[in-house]
Design a binder for this molecule. Structure first.
Ligand SMILES: NC(=O)c1ccc[n+]([C@@H]2O[C@H](COP(=O)([O-])OP(=O)(O)OC[C@H]3O[C@@H](n4cnc5c(N)ncnc54)[C@H](O)[C@@H]3O)[C@@H](O)[C@H]2O)c1
Length: 348
């Protein structure tokens, strides 16, 4: 279908859990997308969904039926991670563009299949690394682009968010099959933000992992705390802690160090501004301080995806090829941790 500003992209959502509800509101809030179908293994009431989300929504129980719907332009995959590969490949083969929740998938082979299927079928992808579109990281990136920190030689972005029984996804996230690792299940957001800010590819990683002694997190089949040290190809170094078994407020920690200054979360110092180095200067921006999906900057990300579809281009920041680089680093890190911290090279 040829799109003009008058023909919105019809989106079919696969999975109807927590993330899906935030996606539907965000897609419908863009100028270009509208959710017209939802597919869930549970029988859903189309009239109820249409009333709840403010527009006509058809319901399907089988993914193949949703994919056979010629009116659907974009498929939004929000279900269990172990199903992402098969659903994304089938969507690509049905010539639908794809929004894909993180993790893209839980193995390098599955991620490669998804990227390959999209390229082979000429469809575009958007991976939900929506933190790249957050006020916090957009402002931080703008500060870097202005050269206020000079050349970065060290960066750390860490993820502290206890994912316990208070979250619905706990019931499947504790298993290795769907949860994967501390990085795959959620720490990927921090690692991905670090890669965006450092702006260079990673040569190798060293990672260690462990888990909390708290009985709250005992159901997890995998280590829920990991720390990864990164060697970038330009010589810079970095670090990401992925901690999903902490008992504290949600905290996305950022510390960047460069030849002209430093940034710590929303504070910075730059030699270029000649301010007092004994005190931080403060940036006004909305911080990533909540694990609630309704607070996530999906709308800006989905708008950028639809705008890129209008141009027939890969979207900025979170296309399949760009997100794949983050998963290459994650899989190398998890391999390192499984081997007790030996350095592992990241594919070029
Ligand atoms: N980008 C982010 O910040 C972010 C945040 C949350 C979740 N996610 C991702 O979104 C995906 C889904 O996570 P979620 O938190 O929405 O999980 P969820 O448990 O709410 O839903 C997951 C799946 O379970 C199904 N489901 C939910 N309730 C059900 C029920 N009562 N009976 C049968 N099936 C049911 C849903 O339809 C969905 O397919 C995962 O890939 C997750 O990693 C991403």
């Amino acid at each position: 279908m040829i799109h003009t500003s008058l023909t919105p992209f019809n989106v079919g959502v696969i999975g109807y859990g927590w993330a899906a509800t935030a996606h539907i509101a965000a897609i419908n809030a863009t100028t270009r997308g509208r959710v017209t179908a939802v597919c869930s293994s549970r029988p859903l009431d189309a009239a109820e969904l249409s009333a709840k989300h403010g527009g006509p929504i058809r319901t399907y129980q089988r993914v193949e039926d949703l994919l056979a719907d010629p009116a659907i332009d974009v498929v939004d995959i929000t279900g269990l991670p172990s199903l992402h590969r098969d659903q994304a490949v089938a969507a690509a083969e049905a010539k639908k563009h794809i929004i894909l929740e993180k993790p893209m998938a839980n193995s390098p082979e599955e991620v490669a299949d998804i990227v390959q299927a999209a390229a082979a079928n000429g469809v575009k992808g958007c991976v939900c690394f929506e933190c790249r579109f957050s006020s916090q990281f957009q402002v931080t990136k703008a500060l870097l682009d202005e050269g206020l920190l000079g050349t970065l030689h060290y960066g750390e972005v860490d993820y502290y968010h206890g994912i316990g029984p208070w979250y619905g996804q706990f019931r499947w996230n504790t298993g290795r099959k769907d949860g994967g690792s501390a990085l795959l299940t959620a720490g990927c957001h921090a690692l991905d933000a670090l890669l965006m800010l450092m702006g260079h590819d990673v040569a190798s990683v060293t990672s260690l992992s462990t888990k909390s002694a708290s009985p709250i997190f005992a159901p997890y089949e995998y280590d829920t705390s990991s720390v990864t040290i990164l060697q970038f190809r330009n010589g810079a170094i970095g670090k990401t802690a992925a901690i999903v078994d902490c008992l504290q407020p949600y905290y996305f920690h950022t510390h960047l160090v460069g030849s002209e200054g430093s940034l710590l979360d929303d504070r910075f110092h730059s030699l270029k501004l000649k301010a007092d180095k004994g005190h931080w200067s403060r940036l006004s921006m909305k911080m990533l301080d909540s694990g609630d999906v309704s607070d996530h900057p999906y709308q800006a990300q989905f708008q950028a995806f639809f705008d890129a579809l209008d141009r027939g281009e890969d979207m900025p920041l979170t296309s399949f090829p760009e997100a794949r680089k983050t998963f290459d680093v994650i899989f190398a890190a998890d391999t390192s941790a499984a081997r007790g911290g030996v350095p592992v090279e990241v594919p070029a």
